[in-house]
Design a protein around this ligand. Structure first.
Ligand SMILES: Cc1ncc(COP(=O)(O)OP(=O)(O)O)c(N)n1
Ligand SMILES: Cc1ncsc1CCOP(=O)(O)O
Ligand SMILES: [Mg+2]
Length: 214
């Protein structure tokens, strides 16, 4: 694990797209990394187990060169085996406390809390580095995702952990979630389904750093 003790707690948290073809997957992801995401999550539900490992191993040197922390979705063991910076776990992805014990104190460990403050409280107690809520808007990537109320973002502030918002976030609706208390905006389709993914990455940055008249 090479997680920095101080990691970026505010900005675009980019998640990779589902793509079964490794060459195409990397050709889609690598070019947007330099343009402003502050965290990257490897999430590719369309890849085989062997390809998942290959793809994490291919992303890691690029992330290292940019100082961009890389988390692995679902599978903290793959994160441990590849030396990634951490993992993101949902309700079906195993024990957060076990992952924390295995990965150590420096690892970045994220927890899906959906629409439930009590899950966030439990995740914090189990050693999460951040808590994630959502979906806040309809998501083309995950149309059946549970929907969450933006008020959860303010209600979870007292946990003292960065709060991640996810689900259908676009450059247009991003500012409302930042205003509601989101520290990190987790995005897939808004970048990878955009006609110009690099321009889309830059557009999300504006939610955190608006122009003077905005
Ligand atoms: C930052 C972030 N938030 C939520 C999720 C969703 O995790 P999960 O519920 O385990 O669903 P899948 O991503 O595994 O489909 C996430 N991955 N990242
Ligand atoms: C993994 C996940 N969990 C809730 S919504 C979602 C998908 C987010 O993707 P998009 O940004 O395309 O809506
Ligand atoms: Mg999961």
């Amino acid at each position: 694990m090479n997680a920095p003790s101080i990691w970026p707690r505010r900005g675009l948290y980019l998640l990779t797209p589902d793509d079964p073809d490794t060459d195409r997957f990397l050709a889609r992801v690598l070019p947007v990394l330099a343009d402003g995401p502050v965290l990257l999550q490897y999430r590719n539900k369309a890849a085989t187990t062997a390809d998942r490992r290959r793809q994490v191993e291919a992303l890691l040197p690029a992330c290292r060169a940019l100082g961009l922390p890389l988390l692995v979705n679902d599978d903290w063991r793959l994160a441990a085996d590849t030396g990634a910076d951490g993992a993101h776990l949902g309700q079906d992805d195993g024990s957060l406390a076990e992952a924390r014990r295995a990965l150590g104190p420096a690892a970045l460990l994220g927890a899906s809390c959906y629409d439930q403050l009590d899950l966030a409280e439990r995740a914090a107690a189990a050693g999460a580095s951040y808590v994630a809520f959502g979906a806040f808007f309809p998501s083309g990537t995950k149309p059946l995702a549970r929907r969450a109320d933006p008020r959860l973002l303010a209600e979870s502030a007292s946990l003292g952990l960065p709060r991640v918002a996810i689900g259908g976030i676009t450059p247009d609706n991003a500012p409302t979630l930042v205003a509601a208390g989101a520290d990190l905006l987790a995005v897939i389709g808004g970048v990878f389904e955009a006609p110009d993914p690099t321009a889309a990455v830059r557009a999300y940055r504006r939610a955190f750093d608006p122009l003077p008249n905005e």
